[in-house]
Design a protein around this ligand. Structure first.
Ligand SMILES: [Zn+2]
Ligand SMILES: [Zn+2]
Length: 371
């Protein structure tokens, strides 16, 4: 009897480190790296167990090497040997573009997406036909559905939007009528942004969401008339701070204490988004990936909260925001930032407290747990 029992205990103890190959660290924090990919998206989540989730892989074309390199740098900082789960939110070049450069450098165990591209374009269509199937051939490929859980030890990670569908059942702690629905103003911009895979993540009492580039009309479907998300501590992404997203039905209803915007040097941070974010009840701080010319001094946050400038920084940012140039090949290039890039790092504790650090200037702020 005893012998058999001890044998079982010893066997388990011997197996444990071998089974848990992904567990390269033992931390008490959920760490989130918001990586600078120049107005694209790359957000890395590292669970206390060492398991990881990367949302998006930065830009395509000549920028892919740069952006993949910046992501690899963050995985090294986190001590990762692999990426356990990768979500490509949607088939835009600023989200999947760096993947062909990233995949050979870091093993990726699961590729998650919303399914086929619905906005025909050569870049995405060629990638999906010729490159993507080869990348996931030796891994797992998952087409996400709202309500799916992503398995990460110690975390509750759920898909809340995908392929234009949203969860129908409120998350734990959600389900109240959303008071911001009555004044909703619709907005849409293209076919792929509304397809974005969006996730909710909880670590103990800490809660966050990243909705990719989900547009206003889908925000409405997710949040109205019933708020299916509930309060979060941190709102991530914000579709680069662009006006086609960021309706109060999300930004105000989820009561974020902190928002972290993945904007570019001339992408996002427009006045109406800044007004929406700054009038969100309970917001303590907005952190940004870049100074954006679209904000001007009038709408920008203090530089302490901004991770990146531009290579040819002017002595002063103009006071007035500049209007965004019309999209398309005729638009002048935005200010370049190809020098050293900095991420914003967030470390969350299970009691709901968290610390955000700007690695450019070392400025760090701790948000205490709410009683
Ligand atoms: Zn930058
Ligand atoms: Zn985008």
């Amino acid at each position: 009897m005893y012998a058999a029992k001890w044998f079982a205990v010893i066997t388990l103890a011997m197996l444990a480190p071998w089974v848990a190959t992904a567990q390269t660290r033992a931390s008490k924090t959920l760490d989130i790296y918001v990586i600078d990919v120049e107005g694209g998206n790359a957000t890395l989540f590292v669970a206390p167990s060492g398991e990881s989730l990367l949302i998006d892989a930065g830009n395509a074309g000549p920028a892919a090497v740069r952006d993949a390199g910046r992501i690899v740098e963050a995985t090294k900082d986190a001590g990762l040997k692999q990426i356990d789960h990768l979500i490509i939110t949607h088939w835009h070049g600023d989200h999947f573009g760096g993947l062909p450069e990233l995949a050979p450098q870091v093993p990726i165990r699961e590729f998650i997406d919303h399914g086929p591209n619905v906005q025909p374009g050569e870049l995405a269509d060629t990638f999906l036909k010729n490159t993507y199937p080869q990348l996931y051939a030796k891994a797992k490929h998952t087409v996400a559905k709202p309500g799916d859980k992503i398995s990460m030890t110690g975390l509750d990670v759920r898909v809340v939007t995908s392929a234009g569908e949203t969860i129908k059942t409120p998350l734990p702690g959600a389900g109240k009528a959303n008071p911001y629905c009555a004044a909703f103003k619709s907005g849409e911009n293209n076919a792929e942004d509304p397809q974005s895979v969006g996730i909710f993540m909880a670590y103990g009492r800490f809660r966050t969401i990243h909705l990719g580039d989900l547009t206003k009309n889908k925000e409405f479907e997710l949040m109205c008339p019933t708020d299916r998300i509930g309060p979060v501590d941190v709102l991530l992404g914000l579709h680069h701070g662009q006006t086609s997203s960021n309706s109060p039905v999300v930004v105000h209803a989820v009561h974020p204490r902190v928002a972290i915007m993945n904007d570019g040097t001339r992408k996002g941070g427009e006045p109406d988004v800044m007004q929406t974010v700054h009038s969100s009840p309970g917001l303590e701080d907005l952190w940004q990936m870049h100074f954006s010319l679209l904000s001007g001094q009038e709408y920008t946050v203090p530089g302490m909260f901004i991770a990146n400038a531009i290579d040819d920084a002017q002595a002063t940012l103009p006071v007035a925001p500049i209007p965004a140039p019309a999209p398309g090949p005729g638009a002048p290039p935005p200010p370049v930032h190809s020098g050293k890039a900095y991420w914003i790092k967030l470390s969350a504790q299970p009691d709901g407290s968290f610390t955000v650090t700007n690695t450019r200037n070392g400025f760090s702020k701790t948000y205490k747990a709410k009683s």
